[in-house]
Design a protein around this ligand. Sequence first.
Ligand SMILES: O=C(O)CCC(=O)C(=O)O
Ligand SMILES: [Fe+2]
Length: 301
Amino acid sequence: MAQPPPSPVPSRKAVLSYTAIITALLVGFWTRYSPGLGHSEHDLFKSFRANEYQCQAQGYTTEIISTDPLLILLEDFVSGEEARGIIETGEADLKTSGIQRPGSPYSTVTKDRTSSTFHLLFTTSESAPLPLTSPHLTCLLSRARDFMGPSLLSPHEDFGTPQLVRYAPGEHFDEHYDWYENLQPVPGRRGMWFNRVASFFVYLDDDSEREGGETWFPRIEVEDASHDEGEDGEGKGKGKWKRHEEGGVMFTPKRGRALFWVNLMANGTGDRRVIHAGLPLTRGVKSACNIWPRRFYVGGR
Ligand SMILES: O=C(O)CCC(=O)C(=O)O
Ligand SMILES: [Fe+2]
C-alpha cells in the first residue's frame, strides 16, 4: 500500500525547535546590538517601584566654577530622603577600596602631574556598588540625565554602576582621574566600548563634627577669594569652595551639594586638568556617591 503524502503541517516538535531557535537568535541580537541600557533608570523605576515611591521634584541651584574644563557646583541636587535612601542601599556592602591597579576603575593615575606613568593609587576610603533598583538612586539618576541633556548623554548611553563611598577620620583619596586611559568593554555587549564622559560627585551626609575631606582640583584655578573676603570672611566661595594653598580649588562636603565635571575632551581623550583628590578627613564621617555617565563607542579601542 502506498504511503500517505507527508503532512504539510509541521510537527509539534518542529514548531518547538523553531521557536527556541528564533528566541535564542532574538536574545543574542538584543544582547549584542541593543544600544546601552538607555533609559534604564526610568524603566527600572517604572517597572519595579512605581507604586512604592514617587520621585519628588528637587529645586537645585548651579554655580559655574570653570568653563574649560567645565566644572559646575550644584546645591540641593539630592534631597535628604534620597540621600538617606542611597546610603541605606549601599552601606551593607561597603568594603575597603584599598590600592587600585591598572584595569580597575581608576587605572589612570599620575601623582606628579607631568607624566602619565602609572603610579599606584591609594585610597583608604570604603566603597560599594549601588544597584539601579534603588528608587532613590533612580530618581537622582534621572535628574542627572536631565541635567546633562541628550547632547552630552544620548538616550542610549547610561550611568554604568554608581558607587557609594565613605571616609572615616584619617582616610583620603589620592589625586586621580575618573576617566580611563583606554576604552573599556561594555560587559555583555561585544564590540561596544565606553569611557566616563563626565562625573557627578554627590555629598550625602551632614556631620556637624566633620573637618577636612574637601574635594580638591589642583589644576582648576579660580580667582583668589582672599581679594574679596566679604563680611563673613568666607570669600567668594561662601564656605562652599576656596582656593587651596598649593593652588587649585577645593570644595567643602555638605549634604545635597554635588560637583559635575566633564572628563573627556571633544576628541574623546581624557582631560588631565580634571585631576582631583579627596583630602584627608580629620574628623567625623563623609559619605558620597559617584555617578559616572558613560559614552559608548562601537567597534573597538
Ligand atoms: O572623596 C572625594 O572628595 C573625591 C572622591 C573621588 O574622586 C572618587 O571617588 O572618584
Ligand atoms: Fe574621582
